[in-house]
Design a protein around this ligand. Structure first.
Ligand SMILES: [Fe+2]
Length: 148
């Protein structure tokens, strides 16, 4: 079973956290879709929704990482590109319901979950370290510009 989003997965950015929660929810839909009650078109539709939402999320996340000057931006964008490419592959090929679901489950587990829980945590950890460093150097800068 898929893990669910927990507060400790927060990247302390309300919009990105909300998007991560939505991605977990969309992933669960694909993960738990029953072959007895759904058609191949149903799963394709869910995959498309998931794919489109993921693209929007990656764009916003990349803009945020750029904004904070994240040093791992390039590597992180490459992870995003890999996930998009894998998803594209599934959507392009005409798999059976079970094949599509199996590939999607793999992507969801290995890519999405691991990506959010490992790689996304890294840019937030980096931001926290930077913030602490900035807080340490700030008083020095204030002293430098003091008229005394
Ligand atoms: Fe990411």
């Amino acid at each position: 079973m898929l893990p669910s989003w927990k507060p400790q997965y927060s990247v302390n950015h309300s919009e990105l956290d909300a998007q991560h929660q939505e991605l977990f929810r969309l992933a669960l839909n694909v993960y738990t879709l029953s072959p007895q009650r759904a058609t191949k078109e149903n799963i394709r539709g869910l995959l498309k929704n998931f794919y489109m939402y993921m693209q929007k999320h990656f764009n916003e996340e990349e803009a945020y990482m750029k904004e904070i000057g994240y040093e791992g931006l390039e590597e992180h964008c490459a992870y995003h590109a890999d996930i998009i490419e894998s998803m594209n592959g599934i959507l392009q090929q005409s798999h059976s319901f079970l094949q599509m679901q199996a590939s999607m489950r793999k992507i969801v587990r290995v890519w999405l979950v691991e990506h959010i829980l490992v790689h996304d945590m890294q840019y937030e950890a980096w931001r926290k370290v930077k913030r602490r460093e900035t807080a340490k150097t700030k008083p020095l800068l204030d002293e430098e510009i003091s008229p005394l």
